[in-house]
Design a protein around this ligand. Structure first.
Ligand SMILES: C[S@@+](CC[C@H](N)C(=O)[O-])C[C@H]1O[C@@H](n2cnc3c(N)ncnc32)[C@H](O)[C@@H]1O
Length: 201
């Protein structure tokens, strides 16, 4: 398991490899992209924050001049700037540099399962602050593999560095402390299973 874990860490350190392998495991993110198209708006006048944007693979769903991607990893942000259109910034989701009510919507994909409950609370508090009244978040987070037969899914979770993969009810509890949960569902993306929710400020 240590070997697989080191391999996953190595892959995560290289943005192009990270995207390639995740795309392979997640069927090129077909179901995630469909969810984003269905649940988020893409108008020119709407400001979107992609929090924990990683190498920026989802920027293309939004007009470049209204999309901001923030990630703590400077290497991912450097890659995103070279590959995709948008405003990519190195930053910490616990302390955002934007004014109150700046964004209409936030995308969070695969960020919160890396951090403990207190940090989730801080990050969601910042999201609430930077969202307009009535603004929304689409949050998609890893859950334990639904099927016991999904051996690769279980192995990946054991090996990856997301130490806070939670069951849906734990995400629900955290979200409802700060937002209204408007919709939620379990979604399969290749061999990965996620809890997806639309939260409203
Ligand atoms: C699994 S990756 C998901 C990246 C991207 N959303 C995607 O799906 O391709 C999690 C991301 O969260 C970022 N991250 C972790 N802690 C963070 C923090 N405190 N502030 C901003 N980004 C953070 C990591 O650098 C990493 O890029």
């Amino acid at each position: 398991m240590k070997l697989i874990s080191r391999l996953v860490t190595h892959i995560s350190e290289h943005p192009a490899l990270f995207l390639f392998f995740r795309g392979l495991l997640e069927n090129d993110f077909v179901s995630i992209r469909e969810l984003i198209r269905n649940e988020m708006l893409a108008g020119e006048h709407l400001r979107t924050l992609d929090l924990g944007c990683g190498p920026g693979a989802f920027a293309r769903h939004f007009p470049a001049d209204s999309y901001v991607g923030v990630d703590i990893n400077a290497r991912y942000i450097g890659y995103a700037r070279r590959r995709f259109h948008g405003d990519f910034r190195v930053g910490d989701a616990r302390r955002l540099e934007f004014p109150d009510g700046f964004f209409n919507q936030v995308l969070i994909f695969g960020l919160l399962h890396h951090v403990d409950d207190a940090i989730v609370h801080a990050m969601l508090g910042e999201c609430r602050r930077v969202l307009t009244a009535g603004g929304s978040i689409l949050v998609i987070e890893d859950i334990p593999a639904v099927s016991r037969l999904n051996v690769i899914g279980h192995l990946i979770h054991l090996a990856e560095n997301g130490r806070h993969i939670r069951p849906p009810e734990a995400y629900r509890r955290l979200y409802s402390e700060i937002f209204t949960i408007e919709k939620e569902r379990i979604i399969a993306s290749g061999i990965c299973d996620y809890h997806a929710a639309v939260l409203r400020r």
